[in-house]
Design a protein around this ligand. Structure first.
Ligand SMILES: [Zn+2]
Length: 89
């Protein structure tokens, strides 16, 4: 098994674990703030996808922002704030 195969296996395991809990907000933050921590937070919808970045075993989290725009920040690029919400690093 190559290194990248191993990483893919890890990513699959992480994703499957997440997908067992389709409502990610039950035990994960339901809000996500922009990098500057200002403004209205986006809504964590609970949808996840495997992160496609080479070497990353995170998952992409669907966030719907107040302006209606949807982005998929990587779980590896999120930090948990003191108030329990996520914030993009
Ligand atoms: Zn990633």
């Amino acid at each position: 098994m190559s290194r990248s195969d191993e990483l893919t296996a890890v990513a699959s395991a992480v994703l499957e674990e997440r997908l067992k809990k389709p409502k990610i907000g039950e035990d994960h933050p339901t809000k996500c703030y922009m990098r500057d921590g200002e403004g209205e937070p986006g809504e964590v919808t609970g949808s996840v996808r495997r992160c496609q970045m080479a070497g990353c075993n995170g998952v992409r989290i669907m966030v719907r922002w107040p302006n209606g725009k949807v982005t998929w920040p990587c779980s590896r690029g999120l930090q948990t704030r003191r108030d329990g919400a996520w914030q993009i690093m």
